[in-house]
Write a protein of this length. Structure first.
Length: 428
């Protein structure tokens, strides 16, 4: 099989400096034959004249990028492909498309291979944008009429699943601000290599030909997943920390609903990102999915708890079944309600862990309520909207990938109130 064309994908929100970085890499290509793809509007700067042997294509955002990449790969004319993604594209989805093309495209000569997923961030605006509750549509950046993602959600998706983070415009941030940015980014994606830059000046070897891309590693790179595996970074002088909240009793649906419609995520520090599963006493079969980035929180159905199903429907694979069985136990003892649990990861600035745990604990059923049993719990007032998931059809267990009902967390733009803003799923 012919060698696959290595691809460096440059992702990043509009204005972060992707085109500036692209021009810098082309200027330092050292005679390498570079294919260039620019998808969507350029990042505030024109593409510089290309060195000899290089070729550039400017495309509208969309699936045309895969066919164009295959065309550029054909014939072995280039040594590498540099792709500047649209400003609101998510890098893992792009890489997945390239991998699919490599396996099912027009033969080995058309194959491309992701080499490095690079996310370019604006050091001067990242934390501000992460804290807001602005939707892409508010800034005229939605890719379709039903694209209800927020700015913060796009930033988080671009950070959590990349191989390298270029912290551009570092000259515009103080040493203390840069230290805090590093800590936040390491908490969001502990696997990523972080490179500070000004005017996109990055040593090419840090972002090209690194071989860092690995799909499974990228998909599992998010800091909240690492925290669930026990890889919790210690709090440092910058004030960034991560709290893992685990409990084996359900939330009272009304008390939890009341809590999440307050400013609790900003009253005990600033929670920038939180993710995980939750269990409502009134919904014994289906896990709740919790997903918060910046000022907007989403919640919805995450699929059936394994305990709600016949064990005959559990995974046949030995390792996967062992994981399910482990979730059914606490300290080696069978849990009273199987794998049903609260499992939330909160990452932010200056967090008061004890206060946050106390707020969540207050939503748990009391001892008296626990004693009343599940039949009584089913009658509790439940203000959460209906969860649309695949439990009734094929017992979906993919906990943690859907976007459901969204609302302003009370920590962003006060002009936004999205309590009834339900959105379609966006895979991360």
């Amino acid at each position: 099989m012919a060698d696959r064309l290595p691809v460096t994908v440059l992702s990043g929100f509009p204005g972060a400096g992707k085109t500036t970085l692209l021009n810098h890499l082309l200027a330092h290509s050292a005679g390498r034959r570079m294919a260039v793809m620019v998808c969507g509007p350029q990042d505030g700067q024109a593409l510089a004249p290309l060195p000899p042997g290089c070729e550039a294509t400017v495309l509208p955002a969309g699936d045309a990028m895969l066919g164009e990449a295959a065309r550029l790969a054909a014939g072995g004319r280039f040594d590498a492909l540099l792709m500047e993604a649209d400003g609101v594209d998510e890098p893992l989805a792009i890489a997945e498309g390239f991998l699919f093309e490599a396996e099912h495209g027009a033969g080995p000569d058309a194959a491309v291979q992701p080499d490095t997923l690079v996310t370019v961030l604006d050091a001067a605006t990242f934390l501000r944008d992460l804290n807001e509750a602005a939707f892409l549509a508010d800034r005229g950046l939605a890719q379709a009429t039903d694209d209800d993602r927020t700015v913060a959600e796009v930033l988080v998706a671009q950070v959590e699943c990349c191989d390298v983070i270029v912290l551009n415009k570092a000259d515009l941030a103080s040493a203390a601000e840069l230290a805090r940015l590093h800590a936040v980014l390491q908490a969001l994606n502990p696997r990523a290599d972080i490179v500070e830059a000004s005017f996109g000046k990055v040593p090419p070897e840090r972002v090209q030909g690194t071989g860092r891309f690995d799909f499974e590693a990228a998909a599992d790179a998010a800091g909240w997943l690492a925290a669930l595996r026990g890889e919790v970074p210690a709090a440092d002088a910058s004030g960034v920390s991560t709290l893992v909240y685990r409990r084996r009793r359900p939330f009272h649906p009304q008390r939890f609903a009341d809590l999440i419609h307050t400013e609790w995520l900003r009253e005990h520090g600033s929670v920038l990102r939180s993710r995980g599963l939750f269990w409502l006493a009134s919904r014994m079969d289906t896990a709740g999915d919790w997903n918060q980035s910046g000022g907007v929180c989403r919640h919805g159905g995450a699929g059936a708890w394994w305990a709600a199903l016949d064990p005959a429907e559990w995974p046949a694979d030995t390792a996967e079944r062992a994981e399910v069985e482990a979730d059914m136990q606490v300290d080696g003892t069978p849990a009273a309600f199987g794998d049903r649990r609260q499992e939330l990861v909160l990452t932010g600035l200056d967090l008061d862990h004890a206060a946050l745990q106390a707020r969540l604990d207050a939503c748990l059923l009391t001892d008296a309520e626990m004693a009343a049993g599940a039949q009584a719990w089913a009658a509790y007032a439940d203000p959460f909207p209906g969860w649309v998931d695949d439990f009734d059809d094929d017992h979906d267990h993919d906990h943690g990938h859907g976007h459901g009902d969204a609302h302003d967390c009370g920590c962003g733009d006060p002009d936004h109130h999205h309590g009834n803003h339900a959105g379609p799923p966006h895979a991360h």
